[in-house]
Ligand binder design. Structure first.
Ligand code: ADP
Ligand code: MG
Length: 623
């Protein structure tokens, strides 16, 4: 203990009861971390009060003013002082903490807010006159008559004025406003039938509406679809798959996006348990597991998922702000998410995100950059840096039009690598989703014609995925078929690497890769997966090693095997540079159509881009 601790004297300590003001301030430390947490508590109260319209106004990032207006049931005048006292709630009677149907139940938000800001509640309950109460620090004014038609207005001014230490931790107005927006959006997703607005009144007057979502109508999925379109954007909903599953009394509903609609950070993952937005490691881990097979580890799926179960199967009382929950049977929740999302992705077949085409077009044509740029490929320039296709596009165009002698290495350039297939009319192929192959360019891209436009396939990426899907299928059936090498390949590694591989020898054998110790730090490769044909065993072993060290100990065996398999698959693929005949190209297209998950490669990048005729016309400014 530090000698100069001013709060503790050297004499025998005296234990004393803290006064209410101090208790409330301490509690507020947990509940009200920043303006957004105050907004969360107040909006949740409005939802609990049965409101159908909730309007939030803030000034200066919520630091000087937060006002939440609702049309809910209101509070009777004689109840107002109670609402402000600690552990006073209308939502539970305290007998059963495992049967909670409301957002609130701890009865501490309002007293806490009153302790750290200037709080005024004005309310009118049915059959009562409107009344108002004010609390500043620890002093509560008496209830006074007021004017209000219906519902409740809670106004919180000068948050943390009484706790300057907290004030210092506040971020910029912009950052705090953004956090408030996030809180409202999450709650708006959970309650599609309630209308929300957020206004910034920093400049005074009516202010500026920064978010608005009108009450959605229709059944659950219709309302949710409307609301998610509003909150996450139309690109999300048009690329999202409906999830509707149940297991052992837990239901899972919502939308999960195609892997090609993934993001560079976990910014588009929204999880709810019994209507409560949660950030929960168990659940986000399950979501990651569901996509593990389709996304590289630096890509993050987009989804809004809602778990519902009997309240007694989750404990919501494990976190003061209630943003974490504890499941009684965490395994059921996890496997429900993994299997339901995987099943939906399998059902999507070869489909790739529609945003791929928009992204392609805007890369080709600078004027199109007003398109929402949602499909975020890994750009070397970084996630947020503005993308300027115009420069690259212009350079490429100049290079293409320059006289041949000026082009570096024009000897190669003068040998066109595009090959055209005789246009034997095959209308029946045109009608198929990926169309009829017409040409192969740069020995890697297949151009196919469809009824409504054209498709460009990255043959290397597509083939890699097809091989992977076949390997997985084999693994599930009876282990991957392997092929014995005539002469075992001897690979020299470090002692540690060799040991790490040998430790997994049994699992690797299930993947068709049979290895054994050959000497210190040396491994003999005896069999390789048959489907891959002739491969460089050393390169493959090094890739498997990388994968093993990336995976660590956390993943389940099945997920590990799949991750390794996905690396293995890369080795047998048609590398770019392989010429293909028309029949081969068409066979590849047909196989893609028939194979689930073939719309993206093992890293979540699209394997093909579809351009509709209307897209192509726009490219040439024809529309
Ligand atoms: P809790 O929400 O945990 O019950 P709070 O301190 O947030 O605790 O609120 C205390 C009580 O005040 C609530 O139980 C509720 O009865 C009442 N109350 C708070 N906000 C509202 C509101 N917007 N409309 C109607 N009643 C409200
Ligand atoms: Mg509350």
């Amino acid at each position: 203990m530090s000698v100069s601790d001013p709060n503790i004297s050297r004499e025998t300590p005296v234990i004393r009861q803290l006064d209410d003001a101090a208790i409330n301030r301490i509690a507020a430390g947990e509940v009200v971390e920043r303006p957004a947490s105050a907004v969360k508590e107040l909006v949740e109260n409005a939802i609990d009060a049965g409101a159908t319209r909730i309007d939030v106004a803030i000034a200066d990032g919520g630091k000087t003013l937060i006002r939440v207006t609702d049309n809910g049931c209101g509070i009777a005048p004689d109840q107002l002082p109670l609402a402000l006292s600690r552990h006073a709630t209308s939502k539970i009677d305290g007998s059963d903490l495992l049967n909670i149907h409301s957002f609130g139940f701890r009865g501490e938000a309002l007293p806490s807010l009153g302790a750290v800001g200037k709080l005024t509640i004005t309310s009118r309950a049915q059959g009562h006159d409107a009344a108002t109460i004010r609390v500043t620090g620890s002093a509560t004014d008496p209830v006074k008559p007021a004017a209000l038609n219906q519902g409740t207005v809670v106004e919180l001014r000068d948050l943390f004025y009484a706790t300057p230490a907290r004030l210092k931790f506040m971020r910029t107005d912009r950052a705090e406003s953004q956090a408030i927006g996030d809180v409202i959006k999450r709650l708006a997703m959970a309650e599609p039938w309630i209308g929300f607005t957020l206004r910034d009144v920093s400049g005074g007057g009516e202010g500026r509406v920064t978010f608005r979502a009108d009450a959605a109508s229709g059944d659950l999925f219709e309302a949710l679809h409307t609301r998610l379109t509003k909150v996450m954007g139309p690109e999300f909903t048009s690329n999202a798959l409906k999830i509707d599953a149940e297991r052992e009394g837990i239901t899972l509903t919502g939308y999960a996006a195609l892997p090609t609609y993934s993001r560079g950070a976990a910014v588009a993952q929204f999880l709810f348990v019994n209507g409560r937005p949660v950030r929960d490691k168990l659940l986000t881990g399950a979501l990651r597991g569901a996509y593990a097979d389709f996304l590289s580890r630096d890509r993050h799926p987009a989804a809004a998922l809602f778990l519902e179960c009997e309240p007694d199967r989750v404990d919501v009382n494990v976190h003061p702000a209630k943003s974490e929950v504890r499941f009684r049977e965490p395994g059921v929740a996890r496997s429900l998410i993994v299997t339901a999302v995987r099943a939906a992705l399998t059902g999507a077949g070869h489909r790739a995100s529609t945003t791929v085409a928009a992204e392609t077009l805007s890369a080709m044509r600078p004027e199109m950059t007003d398109q929402p740029r949602v499909y975020q490929m890994d750009r070397r320039s970084g996630y947020a840096a503005p993308y300027t296709p115009s420069v690259q596009a212009r350079d490429a165009a100049y290079a293409a039009q320059a006289p041949l002698m000026d082009a570096p290495g024009f000897a190669e350039a003068s040998m066109p690598s595009a090959r055209f297939e005789p246009v034997a009319e095959q209308p029946q192929l045109d009608a198929l989703p990926l169309g009829a192959a017409r040409a192969q360019v740069h020995e890697n891209y297949i151009i196919a014609q469809t009824e409504t436009g054209m498709v460009i396939v990255d043959q290397h990426a597509a083939h890699e995925r097809l091989v992977y899907e076949k390997l997985k299928h084999q693994m599930a059936e009876k282990g991957v078929a392997s092929q014995a090498l005539l002469i075992p390949e001897i690979v020299e590694l470090s002692d540690g690497d060799a040991a790490a591989l040998l430790a997994h020898a049994e699992n690797l054998a299930r993947l068709g890769l049979v290895i054994e110790a050959f000497g210190p730090g040396t491994i003999a490769v005896r069999e390789t997966p048959a489907i891959l044909g002739e491969i460089n065993a050393e390169n493959m072993l090094r890739d498997v090693l990388d994968e093993l060290s990336d995976l660590g100990e956390s993943q389940l065996v099945q997920e590990k095997l799949e991750a390794i398999l996905s690396r293995v698959a890369c080795h047998g693929s048609i590398r770019s540079g392989r010429r293909m005949r028309a029949e081969e190209m068409n066979a590849l297209l047909r196989e893609m159509e028939a194979t689930p998950h073939s719309g993206q490669c093992n890293h979540g990048r699209p394997t093909y881009v579809e351009l509709k005729l209307s897209d192509i016309e726009r490219l040439f400014g024809r529309t």
